[in-house]
Structure formats: C-alpha cells, structure tokens
Design a binder for this molecule. Sequence first.
Ligand SMILES: [Zn+2]
Length: 138
Amino acid sequence: MRTREEIARQERVRLEKEQGDVQGELARVREWLRTEVDVDADEGDPDLFEREKNLALVMALERKLESVATALRAVDKGTYGICERCGEAIDPARLEVRPDATLCLKCQLEVERIAHRAASRAVAEAAPLASRRPKIIE
Ligand SMILES: [Zn+2]
C-alpha cells in the first residue's frame, strides 16, 4: 500500500499538471472574451450567449484553480488527503476522482447541506412580506 507521503508526492505532479491545464484553458477563454468585444451595439451581440457561457466557464476555472492551489498547499504542509473539517483521512478512491478534495465525503455533504439551507434562508428573507405569510394547512 502506498504511504500518504507517496500519494502526496504523486499528487503534487498530478496537481501541477492540472494547474497548468486549467491556466492554459483560462488564458484561452480570456483571450476569446477579449477579442470578441468589438460588437456594433445597434446590431446586438450574436455572441452574447456564447460570451455568458464563457464568463461562467472563467469563473468555474478560477474556482478550480483555487482549489488545486489549496490542495498543493496541503501537499506542502503534509496535510494532503486529510479532511480540513474533521481531520480524518479522505477515502483514496475519492481523491482518485477529486484530487483537489479537501473534505471527506461526509463533511462535503454536510457542508453542501448547510450551504443549501443558508441559500434557501437568504431567498426566504429576500422574499416580499406577502409571500412570507404562513401557509394554511389544508
Ligand atoms: Zn471530514
């Protein structure tokens, strides 16, 4: 069985490659976004949908880059493969699929549930008073 140090060493190589790939993709999409801005306002922008899609892609890639960087920092600190939340070892099978995972599956699901709940609460609070009236149970 591989030791955590061996896994970390191999993951560094893999993460650095992934970092390079994501940076390349990001540069390509950003370049596309820069070159396609000369649009005649009167004619509308036929590429608007495409541009919005690429902007979303840029944000997703930036998030990915950030999480890869976090995983690389964990490799440096010797905490790679350890859940940031509960301190348990992350399932190697999970790391295989998500090498930049910083949470074990249990904590990941927990965090997502909390985030989801916070988001629904924010929506409920932003809703106008009328829609906040308690529902009548039939
Ligand atoms: Zn955990």
